[in-house]
Design a protein around this ligand. Sequence first.
Ligand code: ACO
Length: 427
Amino acid sequence: MTGIPEGSREAGAGRTAAAAALARGLEGVVVAQTRLSKVDGERGELIIGGFPVERLAPQASFEEVLYLLWHDRLPTRAELDALRRRLAAERTLPAATVALLRTAAARRAPAMDALRMAVATLSLSDDHPEDGSRAANLRRASALVGRFPTIVAAYWRLLHGRDPIDPHPRLGHAANFLHMISGEEPPPEVARALETYLNTVVDHGLNASTFTARVIVSTRSDMCSALVGAIGALKGPLHGGAPGPALDMVFEIQARAASSGRALGEEAAAYTRDVLAAGGRLMGFGHRVYKVRDPRAEVLGAAAVRLFQRAGDMRLYDEVRTVEEAVLGVLHEHKPGRRLETNVEFYTALLLHGVGLDSLLFSPTFAVARAGGWTAHVLEQIGEDHLIRPSSVYVGPRARSWVPVERRSSTAPAPVPLEASTQMSAG
Ligand code: ACO
């Protein structure tokens, strides 16, 4: 005798059967065709616009990659120069955007929230929102992508009590971003390292934020709305919010090793065991698609080696490798069969730290890069013009008895009539 009415037991069985048919989290479900990027999670391969990421990212300029994604081919010299000029001309922020950033900074809003709110104001500068032509959408794409770095840099400076720095019209997208943060023109190798990062993460199949952007524009909504939604999706720690915590983890392990006197690897293994015992996750490890090492970790790791070697100090790089090895060892031991490997965020943290960005800027810098992929997917989805609208299985009651408000008790659950449960099991 369990005390569970027969109908409810049937309902439970119905729920289990329904759950079995669910593609939870849309895992493995194909909902779009794209020419933009291909992710092979078993082979650890990423192709962006027809190029393996390891070949494209370290040598292309970000503007070249944008052109590739927006036009499905590499630009000629004249086309590239024209795109660089167009992006540079778009960098200045409207007054309403700067005013919003000042208000957000006064309230110490998280940087991703400030970016989301500021990007939303950019639709105020769209003089012809009714124009749905490809040319108009390309103009919107450059206006949005061109302004992301200005928003992020201006917000970081305002948060630190400093005035924003005007964009530098002759610097490329990556170098100008660093210039607007520090006020100095970055050394070429530092700008190159950031550019390699931007190219590496510009697009990645139907990740959560890109999917969000495509869903929004599939309703024939606009590009600005799609990017605002995408920023919201990117913010979460299971997506673009991981690199800050990944770097914090490395520093915490360093500090623990310094005070315990244990070797760094030993300390990292102990830290990992503690996190797992508490039911936590190691930031920068595991991936929904990659079941082997994320190829972007390789590209960013190699860029970090070049950067740190030029600076003549490999200590942090070596320590990060030690921590990575120890974390993976414990993950493999504790979660056998889960195939948890290093993801892009672990090396994002190292490279962006090496570039001189503070961890508050990591997720917004990811958005600066991914804005390129989002806009390209939005253009592709507009061409597709098909509403994305998946289904769900209803597992709630179907015929609750209506109780007038004055007769409702705050604690007693609403009675579920038997026929409602029976219907549920049929659902
Ligand atoms: N640390 C510890 N355990 C993990 C980790 C991790 N980083 N990642 C997955 N697992 C475990 C889960 O606990 C679960 O174990 P269990 O079944 O024994 O409970 C199992 O692996 C499967 O986990 P899911 O969450 O179902 O796997 P999913 O494919 O949805 O997860 C995700 C992918 C969200 C990225 C996950 O690996 C994670 O949380 N990683 C840490 C955060 C992170 O690094 N995010 C950045 C991802 S890269 C990007 O978005 C650009």
